[in-house]
Write a protein that binds this ligand. Structure first.
Ligand SMILES: C[S@@+](CC[C@H](N)C(=O)[O-])C[C@H]1O[C@@H](n2cnc3c(N)ncnc32)[C@H](O)[C@@H]1O
Length: 281
């Protein structure tokens, strides 16, 4: 195909995406901007600029991947979370805007100035890096069971030059023996194994190890709530992201394990998204 102008490339890609994406125009813009390496305003200032032959080929390849269902973040290789540009990979979840609710609430808690914080199932390092980037005096640890995720989080940390954070490989608390944390946060796998959404859209390209938990999606949450009691300081907080219909069950698990001050926070869409509680050991 001869090289298109920016406007033509945008229109033809958006048109092709309408059948497979709810965000067809935006998808086309993001892919095109990634290929030409420019900011959004460039597209509207120079709509008649022609793509080079190399850009045209790259764009066609990116469009084909999107048409095959691949998430935009996997195609361009990164996703923004809490204004941090994070490298992503098929080893773990692409960070979601919903998870910023957890970050925002964690930052609003009254914690010691030099709080020790643990992010369980850190994936790209999204939560840990967001917290560390806001609170320079906190010492943040992120862990994940998947080695490739730990390496990815470390790569993101190095790129962002965030110093007060470290990442380790751990099966929940297995790498920690005597450490105590003022705050433990987690966005664990919480989707039910037979949830029909698992075979739809972008989520098909994310690993089940990041998404699915047995026992109606609650098995990992139960394990974390149980084991965290050994690793929280007295009065320490545990914040968990969960499915929008799981707040009652998660609160019941906290109650069963003798936590206090149990509360649920809604996300920007008004859905129950995070439940937190304090441990007085
Ligand atoms: C829903 S993803 C969340 C990733 C990241 N925290 C975020 O919010 O974008 C869950 C993460 O938990 C990790 N995980 C699953 N089981 C684990 C376990 N037993 N121990 C540690 N991490 C685990 C997965 O590898 C995955 O990276």
């Amino acid at each position: 195909m001869p090289s298109q102008t920016l406007e033509q490339a945008l229109a033809s890609a958006a048109n092709a995406f309408f059948a497979c994406s709810d965000t067809a125009k935006l998808d086309a813009q993001v892919l095109l901007l990634d290929v030409i390496g420019q900011s959004r305003s460039y597209l509207f200032t120079w709509p008649d600029k022609a793509l080079t032959a190399q850009q045209q080929t790259q764009f066609e390849q990116a469009v084909a991947r999107r048409l095959a269902g691949e998430p935009i973040a996997h195609i361009i290789g990164y996703r923004e979370f809490w204004s941090l540009k994070l490298k992503v990979s098929p080893a773990t979840l692409i960070p979601r805007p919903d998870t910023e609710t957890l970050v925002e609430h964690a930052l609003s808690l009254a914690l010691p100035e030099h709080a020790k914080v643990l992010d369980l199932g850190t994936g790209t390092g999204a939560i840990a890096l967001a917290l560390a980037s806001e609170q320079f005096n906190w010492q943040v640890t992120g862990c994940d069971r998947i080695e490739d995720a730990v390496v990815l989080a470390q790569t993101n940390q190095a790129a962002l030059e965030i110093k007060n954070c470290r990442f380790v490989q751990s099966n929940w608390f297995s790498a920690f023996s005597t450490e105590q944390f003022d705050l433990i946060v987690s966005n664990p796998p919480y989707i039910e194994q037979d949830d029909p959404h698992l075979s739809q859209g972008d989520v098909r390209f994310e690993p089940l190890s990041a998404l699915v938990a047995p026992d109606n999606g609650l098995a990992d949450i139960r394990t974390i709530v149980n084991q965290a009691r050994t690793f929280l300081t007295s009065g320490g907080y545990l914040l968990l992201e969960h499915g929008y219909q799981q707040a009652e069950q998660v609160s019941a698990i906290f109650l069963q394990m003798a936590y206090k001050d149990i509360r649920t926070i809604k996300d920007l869409a008004g859905n129950d998204r995070v439940t937190l509680a304090r441990w007085y050991g």
